[in-house]
Design a protein around this ligand. Structure first.
Ligand code: ADP
Ligand code: MG
Length: 343
């Protein structure tokens, strides 16, 4: 009898260890880091080191991000987007499923914002010196600006499933306003597909998180204080948010800009004028389940400015925080939907 009991205990303990082969060490926050899309990524997963190794998580992450670049980077000459941009044909061009997903959301947000978010704005971005082409010494003249404006517009772009086409040969797509957010989404989806439910994914400042830290606390995110410091070295915390299972994206004007003729030029263009935005809004933070949507919306609201952006965010039920420059420092405004995330 005793022997049977002992055997049962032994069998039981063998089957328990067999069920949890990688649970020998406790779960902690494992940091995975690398470079993508001209910036860095930082990913925290709550797991055991064995789990992360066995799943080959970092290789898988690098693999999907490499694919995003091969599809959507204008810096890679033979990427899908570059081949479409270079082509002067108005025939259908088949794009991969991921690229189509980003295009679909970009077009949806473009229509929702009546053209304030416009992924065909590329020629203007390049004209003002923020694209893969060279940075100009000074602002372009009005004639060149008017000519470039005729080369943009979402009405000239058509997406039907995975078939993409353009009406004018020079149409050029630039997804830099939304691609990082998409990268965050697919990495988050990859992590979840591998059975990890507590994580934080960050690519170049765009984030998406789920669940808890290894301590059992909710993830907290620090929104940076907008300091107009060209060196970008001075950083401070403006606000702490607890986004729960959501993505957080910030579009800010205080890091990427150039100065010419004694004027600061933003890297965000108002497609209505063809010129860089010129208002006192310095950053917009959006919280949304999708990082791609949050990324696109933060730029959209940035183009609109505080007043129109607030009205748009309220109307469309967007969780948004606006930080503006005032005479005496900074002021902030947020929608009711954003308030729940403030710490
Ligand atoms: P960042 O994270 O660098 O602040 P954003 O997500 O705000 O970037 O996107 C800014 C980039 O989007 C610009 O560098 C430019 O390439 C592109 N862009 C600028 N204006 C617009 C616009 N109105 N619509 C879509 N894309 C834009
Ligand atoms: Mg953006």
């Amino acid at each position: 009898m005793n022997n049977i009991k002992l055997m049962l205990i032994v069998i039981l303990s063998i089957s328990i260890t067999a069920c949890f082969p990688s649970n020998n060490s406790p779960k902690s926050e494992i940091l995975l880091q690398g470079r993508t899309m001209g910036t860095t990524y930082n990913i925290k997963v709550v797991a055991t080191p064995e789990q992360v190794t066995n799943l080959k998580l970092q290789q898988k992450i690098d693999g999907v991000l490499k694919q995003v670049n091969q599809e959507m980077s204008t810096y890679i000459p033979n990427s899908e987007i570059s081949r479409f941009n270079k082509s002067s044909s108005s025939e259908n061009f088949e794009v991969s499923a991921g690229f189509a997903r980003v295009l679909k959301e970009s077009i949806r947000l473009g229509e929702l914002s009546e053209g304030k978010l416009d992924i065909t704005v590329g020629p203007l971005v390049n004209l003002w010196g923020f694209g893969p082409e060279q940075r100009p010494e000074k602002a372009p003249n009005e004639e060149l600006l008017a000519a470039t404006l005729t080369r943009i517009g979402l009405k000239n772009l058509h997406l039907d499933g995975q078939q993409l086409s353009k009406d004018i040969p020079s149409l050029y797509i630039d997804l830099s306003t939304i691609a990082k957010g998409y990268g965050v989404d697919i990495v988050a989806e990859l992590i979840e597909a591998n059975g990890i439910t507590n994580y934080l994914v960050e690519i170049g400042g765009e984030m998406r998180l789920k669940g808890f830290k290894h301590t059992g606390e909710l993830w907290a995110i620090a929104i940076e204080k907008p300091i107009l410091d060209p060196s970008g070295e001075e950083r401070a915390v403006h606000q702490i948010v607890i986004p729960k299972d959501n993505a957080v994206a910030t579009s800010g004007d205080y890091r990427n800009y150039f100065e010419a003729d004694g004027h600061r030029f933003s890297h965000i263009i108002d497609p209505a004028t063809g010129k860089p935005i010129d208002h006192n809004l310095v950053s917009v933070t959006v919280i949304d389940p999708s990082s791609m949507t949050a990324d696109g919306l933060s730029t959209t609201l940035m183009v609109m400015g505080t007043e129109k952006g607030m009205a748009f965010a309220i109307k469309n039920n967007i969780a948004a925080l606006f930080i503006s420059k005032t005479e005496h420092g900074f002021s902030e405004q947020f929608t009711v939907k954003f308030k729940q995330y403030l710490k």
